[in-house]
Design a protein around this ligand. Structure first.
Ligand code: TEU
Length: 641
C-alpha cells in the first residue's frame, strides 16, 4: 500500500507529467504532432528501425469515408479534405482500399483496370494529389493490391476466355470438366470457395471451367505463368510506384501458388456438394518463390512497404517465413486467428456464431505477439478491418448503457500497448459500432453476406437461416462499411449531402461522431489521440517491447507485461517495464499486485494512464479495484518527457 505521502507524490508526479505532455502536444501540433518527433525518452530504437514499424497505419474504405460531390459514395477528393484530421490523430500512413476501375461486385476487390480509377472515386490525377497531400503532411500512402484475381471484365480475362488458343488462355486457371457415373458434367474438383459457392464456373463458349476462390466474377490469375506474373508486376505495382505511392497492402498474398494436383478433398461438411479446400491453395509449393520474385522485381527497387494478407495459417511457424527480414519477402502480414474469433470457420459455417472466452482471445494474441522474439521477423496489431464486425461490438460492450465509451477506450489501450505495427480502421477511433440489430438483410450489401444468407435460405432450414442472420449481426463485413460519422447535425452524419447514401448511416450517429468527441478529453477519439502519442513516446515498450502474458485463465481481467530492451536510466541491468491491466467486464474486478508483477518497490511504480476518464489519473492507487471496463498502464520507472 502507498503511505499517504508517497501517494501524494505519485499523484503530483502524474499531474506534472500530464501537464507537460499536454503542453508539449499543443506546441507540436503546429508541426504535425508529437508522433513525428523522434527524440524522446525510450525512442532510441526508432533511429535504427524502418519508419513503418512504429508508424500508425490507418485504413480508409473509400466508399464510406467522405463524399465530396454528393453522389452518395465516398471519393478521393473527400479523403483529401480529411487528411488534416488523420494527421492530427497521429496517423503516419494511409492505406486506401481499392479505388481501381471495377464493376464493384466485391467493392473493388474485383479490378477491371489497374491503371484507372473507378469514376465515382475520382481519377488517377486525384490519386497523385492524394499522394502529394499525404507527403506534405509527413504521411505515406499505400494502395490495396488485388492480384490473386481480377474482375471477369478485365481485358486479360476477356482475352483468356475468348478461345482455348488465345495467348492469355493460361493467364487464368482453366480445366476440362469431369463426368459422373450418370454422365452429367461436374466441376474438375469438389472445392468450395470463400463466398459460399463452388470454386469453378463453366464457360459455355470454350467448354472448360475456370477457377475462382471468391465470387464467379473474380477469376484467379495463374501465377505459374511467367508472362502473367511479369504483367502483374509491371501493370499494377510499378505503374503506381512510379507515380509515387509508398507501397501496398497485398490482398490474399498466400494464395498465388495453388497445389498443382487438382484433386477432390475429403467431404468434411456433408450439407454441401463442394467442400472447403484451403490446403489446395494456401501456402502452395511455389508461394515463397513467387513472393520473393515479386519483392525483388517490383517492390524492393522502390523501397516500397508491403503488408500482406495471410489466411488459413496453421501457426507461427508458417507465418515466420513470410516476414523474416533475411528472406526478403514481405515487411509485414496480417494473421487472422484473433480477428476470426466467433466465426464458425471460413467456409460453410462462417456465420454460425461460435462463442468464445477471453482466455482464448488472449491465447491468439500472445501467440502472434511472441512469435517474432529472437527472430528477424515482425508482427502487426489490429482488431478491425473492412472484412469484420466492429471491435467494440465484438470484443467490448457496445450496448450496455455507459459501457460503450469505456470499453472502446479499453480496446484502444489494448491495441496501443501491443508490439508490432498498429493498424487502425476508419471509425475505430471514434468507437463506431455494428449496424443496429433492427436492420434487416436488405441493409446488408456485401457479396459474402448475401451469398451466405442465400445459401442458408436455399437449404430450406429456418434454423440455419436464423442462425446465419444472427451471425451476420455480429460478424458481417457490412458493419465496418457503413458511412463514417463526422458529425451529429448534418445530413447523413456529414458523410454526404446526397439524397441517399450507398449504405445506410448508423442510427447512433448523433452520439457517435467526430465533432462531438473532438476536444472532449474523456472521449474515445481524444483517448486514441493521446494513447497513440504515448505509444510513440514509449516505443521501446509498446512498439518493440517483449510481451509476457499473465493471468492467462482469468475470464475478466486481461494482464500483460511489456519489457523494453532498454535499462531504466541510471540502473544498469534493470529493464524498463510496463504492466497493462484491463477489466474486460461490466463488473468491478480486483487489481493485481502491481508491485510484485513489475518486480519493483512500491515507490518505483508509476501509473502512466488509466482509460477511465481518458487522461484523468488522479486518485488511482495501485491497489484500487478496476471499475467496469477500466484499463491501466503502470511503469516500473519515472517517465520523462
Ligand atoms: O479477403 C480475403 C479473405 O480471404 C478473407 O480474409 C475475407 O475476409 C473473406 O471474408 C473470407 O471469407 C480479401 C479482401 O480483404 C476482401 O474484402 C475480399 O472480398 C477478398 O480478398 C477477395 O478479394
Amino acid at each position: 500500500m502507498h503511505s499517504h505521502g508517497a501517494e501524494t507524490l505519485v499523484e503530483n508526479a502524474n499531474r506534472v507529467y500530464y501537464a507537460n505532455l499536454y503542453a508539449k502536444d499543443h506546441r507540436h501540433k503546429t508541426f504535425h504532432g508529437l508522433h513525428h518527433q523522434a527524440s524522446h525518452d525510450g525512442q532510441q530504437l526508432l533511429g535504427k528501425e524502418p519508419w513503418w514499424k512504429a508508424g500508425v497505419f490507418y485504413q480508409v474504405y473509400p466508399a464510406s469515408f467522405k463524399d465530396s460531390n454528393g453522389d452518395g459514395w465516398g471519393d478521393i477528393p473527400g479523403l483529401i479534405s480529411k487528411l488534416n484530421y488523420l494527421a492530427d490523430l497521429g496517423v503516419d500512413c494511409v492505406w486506401l482500399s481499392p479505388v481501381f476501375d471495377s464493376p464493384q461486385q466485391d467493392m473493388g476487390y474485383d479490378v477491371r483496370d489497374y491503371q484507372s480509377i473507378y469514376a465515382p472515386y475520382g481519377t488517377v490525377e486525384d490519386v497523385d494529389t492524394l499522394t502529394s497531400e499525404c507527403h506534405k503532411r509527413g504521411m505515406k500512402l499505400i494502395l490495396d493490391l488485388v492480384v490473386n484475381h481480377t474482375s471477369i471484365e478485365h481485358i486479360w480475362f476477356r482475352e483468356s476466355r475468348s478461345s482455348r488458343t488465345n495467348s492469355k488462355r493460361n493467364w487464368y486457371i482453366w480445366k476440362p470438366p469431369r463426368y459422373n457415373e450418370k454422365g452429367e458434367r461436374i466441376p474438375p474438383t469438389n472445392w468450395r470457395g470463400y463466398f459460399a459457392c463452388p470454386t469453378w464456373t463453366w464457360d459455355e463458349a470454350t467448354q472448360e471451367y475456370y477457377l475462382h476462390l471468391y465470387a464467379p466474377d473474380q477469376p484467379d490469375l495463374n501465377w505459374e505463368n511467367k508472362e502473367c506474373r511479369e504483367a502483374i508486376y509491371e501493370d499494377t505495382m510499378r505503374f503506381w510506384l512510379d507515380r509515387g505511392v509508398d507501397g501496398f497492402r497485398i490482398d490474399t498474398v498466400n494464395k498465388y501458388s495453388k497445389r498443382t494436383e487438382y484433386v477432390d478433398v475429403p467431404v468434411t461438411d456433408p450439407r454441401w456438394e463442394s467442400q472447403p479446400a484451403p490446403e489446395m491453395w494456401c501456402n502452395g509449393p511455389r508461394i515463397h518463390e513467387f513472393i520473393r520474385e515479386m519483392t525483388a522485381q517490383a517492390l524492393a527497387p522502390y523501397g516500397a512497404v508491403s503488408v500482406g494478407e495471410l489466411s488459413n495459417m496453421a501457426g507461427p511457424t508458417d507465418v515466420l517465413p513470410y516476414v523474416s527480414a533475411a528472406r526478403r519477402e514481405l515487411d509485414m502480414v496480417f494473421e487472422f486467428s484473433m480477428i476470426r474469433l466467433g466465426t464458425g470457420g471460413g467456409f460453410g459455417p462462417k456465420y454460425i456464431y461460435r462463442p468464445y472466452t477471453l482466455p482464448t482471445l488472449k491465447e491468439h494474441v500472445a501467440r502472434f505477439q511472441t512469435f517474432i522474439e529472437g527472430t528477424d521477423g515482425w508482427t502487426t496489431v489490429f482488431c478491425e478491418n473492412h472484412d469484420n464486425g466492429r471491435a467494440v461490438s465484438r470484443f467490448g460492450d457496445a450496448s450496455s448503457p455507459g459501457l460503450w465509451a469505456r470499453s472502446s477506450r479499453v480496446l484502444a489501450l489494448w491495441q496501443a500497448t501491443l508490439t508490432g505495427t498498429l493498424f487502425l480502421y476508419q471509425g475505430q477511433e471514434i468507437g463506431m459500432v455494428n449496424m443496429p440489430e433492427t436492420w434487416g438483410i436488405e441493409d446488408y450489401k456485401d457479396v459474402e453476406s448475401r451469398s451466405f444468407y442465400e445459401d442458408a435460405l436455399q437449404s430450406g432450414s429456418t434454423e440455419l437461416r436464423d442462425q446465419t442472420m444472427n451471425g451476420l449481426r455480429i460478424l458481417a463485413r457490412d458493419h465496418s462499411r457503413i458511412p463514417f460519422q463526422w458529425d451529429g447535425n448534418s445530413k447523413h452524419a456529414g458523410f454526404s449531402d446526397a439524397d441517399e447514401t450507398w449504405m445506410r448511416v448508423h442510427d447512433r450517429y448523433k452520439d457517435i461522431n467526430v465533432a462531438r468527441q473532438t476536444g472532449d478529453p474523456g472521449s474515445v477519439l481524444e483517448f486514441w489521440r493521446h494513447i497513440l502519442k504515448l505509444r510513440k513516446h514509449f516505443a521501446d515498450l509498446f512498439v518493440y517491447g517483449s510481451f509476457r502474458s499473465r493471468e492467462d485463465a482469468d475470464l475478466n481481467r486481461y494482464v500483460y507485461i511489456k519489457e523494453s530492451s532498454i535499462d531504466i536510466r541510471g540502473r544498469a541491468g534493470v529493464k524498463r517495464k510496463a504492466l497493462v491491466i484491463m477489466n474486460w467486464s461490466k463488473d468491478t474486478q480486483s487489481c493485481v499486485d502491481v508491485r510484485a508483477a513489475l518486480g519493483c518497490q512500491e515507490h518505483e511504480v508509476h501509473l502512466l494512464i488509466t482509460s477511465l476518464d481518458g487522461i484523468q489519473t488522479n486518485g488511482v492507487e495501485t491497489q484500487t479495484a478496476l471499475g467496469p471496463w477500466e484499463g491501466r498502464v503502470y511503469l516500473n520507472f519515472q517517465p520523462r518527457i
